[in-house]
Design a protein around this ligand. Structure first.
Ligand code: HEM
Length: 481
């Protein structure tokens, strides 16, 4: 089937097509896509020369993310929105640089390598609990963000206090807000289209213009100017992060007396398997910020949604309390197999509220997916939010039911029907980290406190799928049986 014959997705009828519809109502537009029956649908991206479609079928997802992964790159739009923050870090880079970095960094994230961080995860969770007063009402999403930020700061660069994490966290929040906002904005679309035109000129244009066009295309990877009420604070936040991270790298390189076991030290020590080369300062900076950004807010919102969903399902909450009581006050790595329900509840919350609710790829060559022939540069969108709420895959999809993740039930589903961490060669590098962090944090929090939900909340799609009102919870100190 030719690209032009792919059925048009619902919801993009008005001026500006689906890009405008996403700006108005991201989740509503995604839900309408999920309701349509065609596995691949064409989107109206709002600009005449851009092509885009959305795949909402596990078989097609398998083709795009796994079998034909080599025919796709991270999208120009994603790279634009994260350029100032994450540069050429692992999340945003493509091609040979990504392959090299993934090979170098994968050993740092195996369950064995991560074992060293279990006690930090427990300590940060205990420290978070210590700030809560019996009977007070907390904004849970703020608290889980502080918690995961503390863990990220400790495991990444050995920061022992919340204050250092807080400063960096504040700058990251400003930067992430801008990122969540800019995706799909006209200014971003214009950058992407202009970049593509110059890319074409650089590869296929007349020889004398190629070099200049290549340089302009590179410049257009990220925003050319940052101004206005949103742009200025974003630029300041990036400046702060740049200075701060560079100082940490400098301190590490100059100090030989103190030995650190954190990820920053491991990134600085890491060597390319083939060339034996170390990473440049800029690459270390991009990877540190990538890990901080990719790691903390995703896990924080997922943890908040787990407790929210459990509170709305009292039977599950009671079982989780019983499970963590069996483990006791100080969970360790060895207790993870005994925290099976905590893990399943976290997985189920990731199904209902996937922090990365949509992501995309750009085709690097003409490629056939299912029966559809996609021309080079077509943007293909995948939405965990839409897929995870398909009644055909998850009966009674709105119901919170951790048993969906019992091994026998998982085995019955298509492997690529569950995508909170993506799939294929670019699957999340930190998924073991996130699972371990969630299990240990839930074990500490639920052992010490009862949680009472003070009102309903709803997902707000920004850079991640945050709870709009932050989830208000009353916490009461427990005297475990
Ligand atoms: C619940 C928590 C998390 C969620 C839902 C999540 C989600 C994702 C998703 C969906 C992707 C793939 C995006 C795509 O294919 O375009 C991804 C990639 C990535 N994640 Fe996570 N993530 C989480 C936690 C973490 C943590 C804790 C870390 C690090 C400490 C991390 C580091 C990364 C990195 C480096 C990549 C890029 C991998 C590559 O392209 O090679 N993530 N994550």
């Amino acid at each position: 089937m030719r690209y032009e014959s792919i059925p048009l997705a619902p919801g993009g009828e008005g001026y500006g097509g689906h890009a405008a519809a996403f700006r108005r109502n991201r989740l509503g537009t995604l839900s309408r896509l999920a309701d349509a029956t065609d596995p691949m649908q064409r989107l109206r991206p709002g600009l005449p020369i851009a092509r885009a479609c959305v795949a909402i079928d596990p078989d097609l997802v398998q083709e795009i993310l796994v079998e034909k992964a080599k025919s796709f790159d991270k999208s120009d739009m994603l790279r634009f929105s994260l350029w100032n923050l994450a540069g050429e870090g692992l999340f945003t880079s493509n091609g040979e640089l990504w392959r090299r970095q993934r090979k170098t960094m994968a050993p740092l994230f195996t369950p064995k390598a991560l074992a060293a961080y279990a006690s930090d995860m427990v300590a940060c969770s205990v420290r978070t609990c210590a700030t809560w007063k019996d009977g007070e009402t907390i904004t849970l999403a703020h608290e889980t963000t502080r918690l995961t930020m503390g863990i990220a700061a400790k495991t990444l660069f050995d920061a022992d206090t919340f204050s250092e994490a807080d400063e960096i966290g504040e700058a990251l929040t400003v930067a992430l807000d801008w990122t969540g906002w800019v995706i799909g904005q006209p200014v971003a679309l214009l950058h992407v289209v202009a970049k593509r035109l110059f890319d074409e000129l650089a590869t296929r244009g007349p020889a004398p213009t190629r070099r200049g066009a290549g340089a302009i295309a590179k410049k257009l990877t990220g925003p050319v100017v940052l101004a206005g009420a949103r742009g200025k604070p974003f630029a300041e936040a990036i400046r702060f992060l740049d200075e701060h991270v560079q100082k940490m790298i400098d301190d590490r390189r100059s100090s030989t007396s103190t030995r650190h076991e954190d990820l920053l030290a491991r990134l600085i020590e890491a060597r390319d398997a083939d060339s034996g080369e170390a990473m440049s300062d800029r690459q270390v900076r991009d990877e540190v910020l990538t890990l901080f950004v990719a790691g903390h807010e995703t896990t924080a919102t997922a943890l908040a949604w787990t407790l929210y969903s459990a509170c709305r399902t009292p039977g599950v909450l009671a079982q989780m309390h019983a499970e963590v009581d069996e483990v006791g006050d100080s969970p360790t790595l060895a207790d993870l197999p005994r925290l099976g329900l905590c893990l399943r509840a976290f997985k189920e919350a990731l199904r209902l509220y996937p922090p990365v609710y949509m992501f995309g790829r750009d085709a690097t060559s003409d490629v056939t997916i299912g029966e559809c022939r996609l021309p080079r540069r077509t943007n293909v969108m995948i939405s965990p939010w839409a897929m995870h709420r398909s009644a055909a895959i998850y009966p009674d999809p709105e119901r919170f039911d951790p048993d969906r993740f019992l091994p026998e039930n998982e085995a019955k589903r298509h492997r690529y029907a569950y995508l909170p961490f993506g799939a294929g060669p670019r699957v999340c590098l930190g998924n073991h980290f996130a699972y371990m962090e969630a299990q240990l944090a839930l074990a500490v929090l639920l052992r010490r406190f009862e949680f009472e939900l003070m009102g309903d909340d709803e997902p707000e799609p920004s850079a991640t799928l945050r709870p709009r009102y932050g989830i208000r919870m009353r916490v009461r100190r427990r005297t475990p049986a």
